[in-house]
Design a protein around this ligand. Structure first.
Ligand code: FES
Length: 81
C-alpha cells in the first residue's frame, strides 16, 4: 500500500498541541515551507507560547495552557445527515 495516500489526521492533545499525522506540508507563510515537514507526525502549537512556531516545544506545560473543552456531542457536518 502506498502510505502517501493515507488521509491526514489532526488530533488535539488534551491541554496541548495538535498532532498532525499523514502526508502534509506546513506553510509558515504563503509559499514558504517549514523544514520539519519531512516527518510524518508533527505537533502544532495551539497555546501561542512556543519558541519554535508553528511547532510545539512543550511550553504549554510551563504556562498551564488549558484547551477549550470539546462539544459534549458531535454534530454532523452540514449536509451530512
Ligand atoms: S502547545 Fe505546546 S508549546 Fe504551545
Amino acid at each position: 500500500m502506498d502510505s502517501s495516500s493515507d488521509p491526514v489526521t489532526i488530533t488535539p492533545c488534551p491541554d496541548g498541541p495538535l498532532l498532525v499525522r499523514g502526508d502534509f506540508t506546513v506553510l509558515t507563510a504563503p509559499g514558504r515551507e517549514e523544514t520539519a515537514t519531512d516527518r510524518r507526525v508533527v505537533a502544532l502549537c495551539r497555546c501561542g507560547k512556543t519558541g519554535i512556531p508553528p511547532l510545539c516545544d512543550g511550553s504549554h506545560r510551563a504556562v498551564g495552557f488549558r484547551a477549550p473543552a470539546p462539544p459534549a456531542t458531535a454534530e454532523p457536518p452540514p449536509g451530512d445527515g
